[in-house]
Structure formats: C-alpha cells, structure tokens
Design a protein around this ligand. Sequence first.
Ligand SMILES: CC(C)(COP(=O)(O)OP(=O)(O)OC[C@H]1O[C@@H](n2cnc3c(N)ncnc32)[C@H](O)[C@@H]1OP(=O)(O)O)[C@@H](O)C(=O)NCCC(=O)NCCS
Length: 179
Amino acid sequence: MSIRIEGNKIFLAELNEKDAVKLHEYSKEPELNLYSGPYKASESLESSREYIRNCRKNILERKSYIFGIYNKEGDLVGTIGFFDLDMENSSGEIGFWISHNYWNKGYITEAINLINNYIFNELKFHRIYAHFHELNKAVARVLEKTGYRKEGEFSESLRFSDGKFYSDIVYSIINSPKA
Ligand SMILES: CC(C)(COP(=O)(O)OP(=O)(O)OC[C@H]1O[C@@H](n2cnc3c(N)ncnc32)[C@H](O)[C@@H]1OP(=O)(O)O)[C@@H](O)C(=O)NCCC(=O)NCCS
C-alpha cells in the first residue's frame, strides 16, 4: 500500500523511480550542500535511483521513512525523512531539504507539521529530534515554528569548509510531554 500524506500546499509520498533525474539535479545544488555535506543521490543518476529504491525498501521494512515532498502540481520539490530509529526508546531523527528554487514558500514548515503528525499518530513514536549547523538559521526557525525546542549543542563539534569549528545544535519535540 502506498503512503500519501496530504497537506494544503504540498503532499508527502514515497519517492518514485521517475523522480531520479530531478533528485539527482537538486542534490547537486550548492545551497543544499552548504551545511550538510553532499547528499548520496548527488554522485550519479544511478546512485539517485539506488537511493530511491532504498528509501522505498526501508519504508516497507519499517526501518526509516524518507518521503518526497511534492507541490500540488505533483512536482518533486524536496524530501523529508524520519530515520536512525531507536525503537527501545521510541525516538528518531528528522532531516529535510527543499530545492532552493522553492525556498521561503512555507513548504518545509508544512512538511514538518505533516511528518510530526504521522510519526506521533501513525507510527506512535515518543520523541523526534533534529540537529544542524549553528549557522543554518532557517532550520532553527522552521523547527521553532513547528513546536520543537532547543535541547542543547555539541560545542565546536563541526569543522566547516572555512577551516573553523562550529557547534551542532539539537532540537526535539515530545509527543504529549509530561505536565
Ligand atoms: C532549511 C530549509 C529546509 C527551509 O525550507 P523552506 O521551505 O524555505 O522553509 P519555510 O518556507 O517553511 O520557512 C522558512 C523560515 O525560515 C526563515 N528563514 C529563511 N532564511 C533564514 C535565515 N537565513 N535566517 C533566519 N531565518 C530564515 C524564513 O523567513 C521563514 O520563517 P518565517 O515564516 O517566520 O518568515 C531550506 O532552506 C533548505 O533546504 N536548506 C538546505 C538544506 C538544509 O540545510 N537542510 C537541513 C539540514 S538539518
């Protein structure tokens, strides 16, 4: 059964092999790779296809949930995923990106709200976290807008392309936190 999570401006769905060309093109955008390092799908068109096959397989096997983000015209604009699942502690990480042509349209804010609901209400997890480079201010903003709170930071744990060290910031959200 295929998964489709409906929003107002966008929907989330399993990536499809026909998305490989676009995924490969997007994944090479320097704007996307600035703070997170190159995406696996950027290496070649075949690695993009393999990435999509793995995402679909992992959803089937309930190992991770990486979805395409599509606008209402049905165009792939980015991805959002829930991975590194810690089943014992009911916790996992989210990660996301949008092609820079589609930034600041509210797409990721909506995508995070959709995946939060899916993770808490369908998958029944307790905690979701995200971590990001301290200079990546847009990520802090979208996480705060979607209910995440800062947990802390790993001081100067990231060596950046300018040779300097930066902190890795951690945010999280809890399903029904204790009063
Ligand atoms: C971070 C990212 C996913 C945001 O996607 P998006 O669809 O543009 O996000 P939205 O439009 O929903 O919201 C963006 C918010 O960040 C704000 N923002 C954008 N750039 C900002 C900056 N440099 N500093 C502070 N806030 C910023 C916007 O004003 C907006 O907030 P507002 O609604 O209060 O005005 C996108 O920039 C991206 O793909 N970046 C590269 C990949 C990446 O870093 N992924 C995260 C790895 S952890």
